[in-house]
Design a binder for this molecule. Structure first.
Ligand SMILES: Cc1ncc(COP(=O)(O)O)c(C=O)c1O
Length: 394
């Protein structure tokens, strides 16, 4: 039987995730992937998880394997209060909702807030997974201008001044895909603008703990608490396969996020949340995080040094102080997707940047480079190969 005709209109809007398609090539033997966006397996605290598993079973017994409230496992939400306070966010336990990764929150946000034709304002470029979560609910996207310091506040003000924006979606720190971070002065301006227009902003913050240099910058949530849904995750500092994300949201929105989550999965894994609770409260995260940072910092430095050494002068790239990505921009007219297939022939993969834009035709000359998976020597060699491919085309 042919089932295509049974698909809902909404389902037909769910484009194949291009990054996953690209990753198919990446699994070919010998391929060096600068394309992925996933943590290095060496960053996972496997021995700690072994220890935590025993602790969780002793401490919580059957409660760790039972159905649990949709809002999240009590001891985990309690420890998140402290964890968030360290990020300058004051939230009561009742204000925190646990989800299956930050992606789980993004999906719920789409379901709760977006009606067909609503306007959602996003950075250009933006996180593809957020577009995947929102698009089935048929919003129209409004493009927010960015530069090397991320969102340009006047662009936000102009968009909000025109009216009709349902919400703004931002990744203010070590953005995926650009690696850019909005500096504090801009954050203050953005906070003032969203307060002035009484706008709702979704702050997606998966990367701020992965800081290799410089000092932490206050979250937008801490600057405009009543206007911001703050989303974060343990995917980059514990293990993404455990699927542990969480959010702090204004009360009306939080109430509906809980209701839609009930329909989605009742609650996120109790056992995994118990592991997470012990990971943070037992001081394991604080002890393990420096080793993740020490793993990624030299990789990032190796990539920046290789870009300086090999890339042509008509390219610019971001110099993030943390996170997992560097964004490179070539001269207008260069097509990074055509170059992608040439690079793949030489066993190097990246993500052509155009996929991170909502406006067709934008970003053809851009690329996203990830440095978490390869070792320093391989990073140097593959950036050299990419530079040769680029030079052969220009
Ligand atoms: C900006 C951003 N948001 C959300 C996610 C989803 O993360 P998770 O669902 O694993 O928490 C990612 C993952 O790469 C991301 O880069």
């Amino acid at each position: 039987m042919e089932f295509e005709n049974l698909l809902a209109d909404r389902t037909r809007l769910m484009d194949v995730n291009v990054i996953r398609e690209i990753l198919k090539v990446v699994s070919q033997p010998g391929m060096v992937s600068l394309a992925g966006g996933i943590p290095a397996p060496e960053s996972f605290p496997i021995e700690i998880i072994r220890e935590l598993t025993a602790i969780v079973i002793d401490k919580y017994a059957s409660a760790a394997f039972q159905y649990d409230p949709t809002e999240g496992f009590g001891p985990f939400r309690e420890i998140l209060v402290d964890y968030l306070r360290q990020k300058g966010i004051s939230a009561r336990k009742e204000e925190i909702l646990v989800a299956s990764g930050s992606q789980g929150v993004l999906d719920a946000v789409g379901k709760v807030l977006i009606s067909k034709g609503d306007k959602v304002a996003v950075e250009a470029p933006t996180y593809l997974g957020a577009l995947q979560a929102f698009t089935p609910y048929e919003p129209g996207y409004i493009r927010l201008d960015t530069d090397e310091d991320g969102l340009i506040p006047t662009s936000l003000e102009n968009v909000l001044d025109r009216g009709g924006v349902k919400f703004i979606y931002l990744v203010p720190t070590f953005q995926n895909p650009s690696g850019r971070t909005i500096p504090i002065e801009r954050r203050r301006k953005i906070a003032a603008i969203i307060k002035k227009y009484d706008a709702l902003l979704i702050e997606d913050d998966p990367y701020s703990s992965l800081r290799y240099r410089g000092i932490a910058i206050p979250t937008l949530k801490s600057l405009a608490p009543d206007n911001v849904v703050y989303i974060s995750t343990l995917s980059k500092v514990f293990a993404p396969g455990l699927r542990i994300g969480f959010c702090v949201a204004p009360s009306v929105i939080r109430k509906w996020l809980v209701i839609v989550k009930q329909g989605t999965d009742l609650h996120s894994s109790t056992f995994n949340q118990a592991l997470a609770a012990e990971y943070i409260s037992g001081g394991f995260l604080a002890r393990h995080l420096p080793s993740i940072i020490n793993l990624y910092r030299p990789k990032q430095e190796a990539m920046l040094a290789a870009l300086d050494k090999y890339f042509p002068d008509n390219f610019n790239w971001s110099r993030p102080e943390g996170g997992m990505f560097i964004w490179a921009e070539g001269p207008k007219g260069l097509d990074m997707e055509t170059l992608y297939w040439k690079a793949v022939e030489k066993n190097v993969a990246y993500v052509p940047g155009k996929y991170f834009y909502t406006d067709p035709g934008e970003g053809t000359e851009t690329m996203r480079l990830n440095y978490t998976m390869a070792d320093e020597e391989t990073i140097d060699r593959s950036i050299k190969i990419l530079a040769e491919v680029i030079k052969s085309e220009s």
